[in-house]
Ligand binder design. Structure first.
Ligand SMILES: NC(=O)c1ccc[n+]([C@@H]2O[C@H](COP(=O)([O-])OP(=O)(O)OC[C@H]3O[C@@H](n4cnc5c(N)ncnc54)[C@H](O)[C@@H]3O)[C@@H](O)[C@H]2O)c1
Length: 319
């Protein structure tokens, strides 16, 4: 039987492998032993994670890990950039709850460490890398941490964003254009340049680049933002073309206006921010609603999805 998706040594997609052929076929020969080993590995990973949580006095975390509820990212190893931000942190916490191990990257030391502390308090596994995504060394450090701490890499989420002035191109200084481009487009290029070979080595994986609804419907003064987010939507299509044969999936997730510090900072107060959300629900989305989409894209539930954009914008672009 040919498994639908190749297995990552750290665990991965047992359900997916069963779907790939005749389940009865697993009753004979080496296949049976293989499934038995995968089940043992998974039980072992869960027990080890649970004990780690208990050692940190987190009984709730230990019980959550042992819960029979399906943990959709068990065995996944994810790098998340912008992990200290509103959406990045929500993604890290949701991934940890679903069983993934995390490498949390951010330029903001305090914010990244706070995310890691929250993951560990829930019984999850996380390492931290502080650095500027515009620098190639930061990408190398993120990947080295994933290998050293967790033994590989299955998932890359790029959520970091370098904001610059909200000005039309006629007024935006070249230096600001370049600064934003270096982080928002060259950053993920550098990360993926080095991450993809490691993902291939482990049997494949999922790339999720956080774009924006503003790639489709620009607002005044955001030419730099809309064009860089639009480029990410094109980039995942190109990655899908180049790497689907190696079992790499690449998609963007485009949030609509989302209730976090970055969004609120544009308004005098939170009520005003919700008032101007321009969604069909009359409110902002939550970071957790965006994270739910990122869990789907990282999980085997989205195994037939690549080169696509998952738009979660409360109908912002529908009208
Ligand atoms: N919040 C929204 O309304 C909204 C809407 C659409 C799309 N998005 C996208 O979602 C993603 C996350 O946004 P957010 O609201 O969580 O923003 P945020 O500002 O809360 O988080 C961004 C994080 O990126 C980090 N960062 C900035 N420059 C960096 C650099 N050079 N190297 C490494 N890290 C760096 C920041 O320290 C911060 O922790 C962004 O890509 C953003 O464009 C957000």
């Amino acid at each position: 039987m040919e498994p639908l998706a190749r297995q990552h040594p750290a665990g991965g997609s047992f359900v997916c492998a069963l779907k790939g052929g005749d389940a009865e076929g697993a009753d004979s020969g080496p296949e049976k032993g293989n499934y038995f080993k995968i089940i043992c590995d998974r039980v072992g990973v869960r027990l080890a994670m649970s004990l780690r949580a208990l050692r940190r006095d987190s009984l709730a975390g230990a019980l959550r890990i042992l819960s029979p509820v399906s943990r959709r990212l068990l065995g996944k190893i994810a790098i998340v950039t912008g992990a200290g931000g509103g959406i990045g942190r929500a993604i890290c916490l949701a991934y940890a709850d679903e069983g993934a191990a995390l490498v949390c990257g951010d330029i903001n030391h305090e914010a990244a460490h706070e995310t890691v502390a929250q993951i560990k308090a829930r019984g999850g596994r996380a390492a931290v890398v502080i650095g500027d995504l515009a620098r190639e060394q930061t990408s190398l450090d993120l990947i080295a941490a994933a290998r050293a701490e967790f033994g590989g890499l299955t998932t890359v989420v790029n959520s970091a964003i370098r904001d610059v002035s909200y000005l039309p191109v006629t007024e935006l200084p070249l230096i600001e254009w370049q600064q934003s481009l270096d982080v928002n487009l060259t950053g993920p290029f550098l990360l993926l340049k080095h991450a993809i070979p490691v993902m291939i080595e482990g049997g494949g994986g999922s790339i999720i680049l956080i774009a924006s609804q503003l790639a489709l419907t620009p607002k005044p003064g955001r030419a730099w933002y809309s064009s860089q987010k639009g480029a990410l939507i094109s980039l995942v299509k190109a990655l899908a073309v180049d790497h689907s044969a190696q079992n790499i999936r690449a998609n963007t997730l485009s949030p609509g206006p989302t209730a976090d510090q970055r969004f609120f900072s544009q308004w005098p107060n939170e009520a005003k921010a919700h008032e101007h959300a321009s969604t069909l629900f009359g409110r902002l989305g939550t970071p957790a609603e965006m994270a739910a989409g990122a869990v789907f894209l990282a999980s085997d539930e989205s195994s037939f999805m690549t080169g696509s954009d998952l738009l979660i914008d409360g109908g912002y672009t529908a009208v």
